[in-house]
Write a protein of this length. Structure first.
Length: 104
């Protein structure tokens, strides 16, 4: 398929560019899926699952952090002490409260 790029308008060139980018992504996705199927079949022949061989089966999930502080205005609004401080916590500290005053 030959396309004379010099005769295309800017819009046609950009449309063509978009289509080519999509097809490249689709091609890579198809190749990855084919490789994954091939690897899964080979692992099965050897008596394993692909997840066992790659270590994906040993992934642990973290348990949620336990709440340590509660909003004095709304006790159901809590914070574990991890990550960014909530506005109510910062406001309470600015008002003269200590973290111990807000602890559960």
């Amino acid at each position: 398929m030959l396309i004379n790029l010099e005769k295309l308008s800017l819009k046609e060139l950009k449309d063509l560019q978009t289509k080519v980018a999509k097809e490249i992504a689709n091609f890579e996705t198809r190749k990855k899926k084919e490789a994954l199927v091939e690897l899964e079949e080979k692992a099965k022949e050897l008596g394993f699952s692909l997840a066992e061989l790659t270590g994906a089966a040993t992934v642990r999930k973290r348990s949620p952090a336990v709440a340590k502080y509660a909003n004095p205005a709304d006790a159901s609004d809590t914070w574990s002490g991890r990550g960014r401080k909530p506005r109510w916590f910062v406001a309470a500290l600015a008002a003269g409260k200590s973290p111990d005053d807000l602890s559960i």
